[in-house]
Design a protein around this ligand. Structure first.
Ligand code: SAM
Length: 285
């Protein structure tokens, strides 16, 4: 049986965790059996201390700029978007990009440590004051107010939700916070290729950060556990749910999005097994 977050924390230290504990936490916590950790709440135990710092090495900002180009900006501008809610701010890469392009941007994330890093990155990269909000997607309306022209959830973030109920709840919250003609842009790793081509054909994904590798260490229909190795040999893990592309498209349609275009690595035409990432552009109208 999967261990609860409290069980994990309890196995590490006496007493149950509180918010301050999460903010201070340096080490990732996966407990005795990491393959049993399949919980939507667990991300706050993964994006901590050392890994948050490393994340920016993992995704070298300059190279990421170059590889993404203006794809997201073009999508937003083509729809006349002015206000954007970045629900998976992480260390702030897209929020900063949006502010540079003049979008009114609110930056939300459920990890306090990620938000702290994003805020300082905003100042470092262009002197931007990020409007950060600590919010979990499943209760987004409680902590973030207003309606937005667009919501972005990028960097393979949605994969952290482990139950369909949580996925539907989060998508419903996104839908509710969009204006009547709003757009949701959500991306995901190409898990179909990983699941269908078998574990033996697993390949190492090299991120823009030099010599930083991301490798699927274990995969089944309910878990993709990735290992991230950095040049200084430090190793971190993420436990993720392997979203299939068409399942994801169906969920968005069922929640109410009317039109969903899916791109492979920023291209409109692609062969299903080729792209590393899919990007869904879902319109409410
Ligand atoms: N978008 C950033 C990027 O591309 O660099 C960050 C991506 S990082 C892989 C995923 C982010 O999603 C983390 O910052 C994590 O805290 C956040 N996250 C995961 N599950 C969440 C949830 N249920 N509610 C809010 N944030 C969540």
């Amino acid at each position: 049986m999967a261990k609860s977050v409290d069980d994990l924390a309890a196995s590490e230290r006496a007493g149950s965790p509180d918010a301050a504990d999460l903010v201070r936490r340096e080490e990732q916590v996966f407990g005795d059996n990491p393959l049993e950790v399949r919980e939507s709440d667990h991300y706050t135990y993964e994006y901590v201390g050392g890994f948050v710092e490393k994340w920016d090495e993992l995704i070298d900002w300059k190279k990421r700029y170059a590889s993404e180009g203006s794809f997201f900006i073009d999508q937003l501008k083509a729809r006349g978007v002015r206000s954007v809610l970045d629900v998976a701010t992480g260390t702030g890469f897209h929020s900063v990009r949006l502010l540079e392009e003049g979008f009114e941007t609110v930056s939300a994330d459920g990890s306090p440590q990620m938000l702290a890093k994003a805020f300082s990155n905003g100042l470092t990269y262009g002197g931007h004051i990020l409007r950060v909000v600590h919010a979990d997607w499943r209760w987004l309306n409680r902590d973030v107010h207003g309606e937005y022209d667009a919501i972005i959830c990028l960097g393979n973030s949605f994969t952290h939700l482990f139950s369909e109920r949580d996925r539907r709840k989060a998508l419903a919250e996104f839908y509710a916070m969009l204006k009547h003609d709003g757009v949701l842009i959500i991306d995901q790793r190409n898990y179909d290729a990983i699941l269908d081509n078998g574990f033996s054909s697993k390949h190492t994904y090299y991120y823009a950060g030099e010599d930083v590798s991301a490798e699927p260490e274990y995969v089944d229909e309910g878990l993709a556990r990735f290992k991230y190795t950095f040049p200084d040999k430090s190793v971190f893990y993420l436990n993720m749910y392997p979203l299939r592309k068409n399942y994801m498209r169906r969920l968005m349609r069922e929640v109410g999005f009317q039109r969903i275009d899916t791109y492979g690595d920023f291209q409109e035409t692609y062969h299903d097994s080729e792209p590393d990432f899919f990007i869904h552009v879902a319109e409410k109208k």
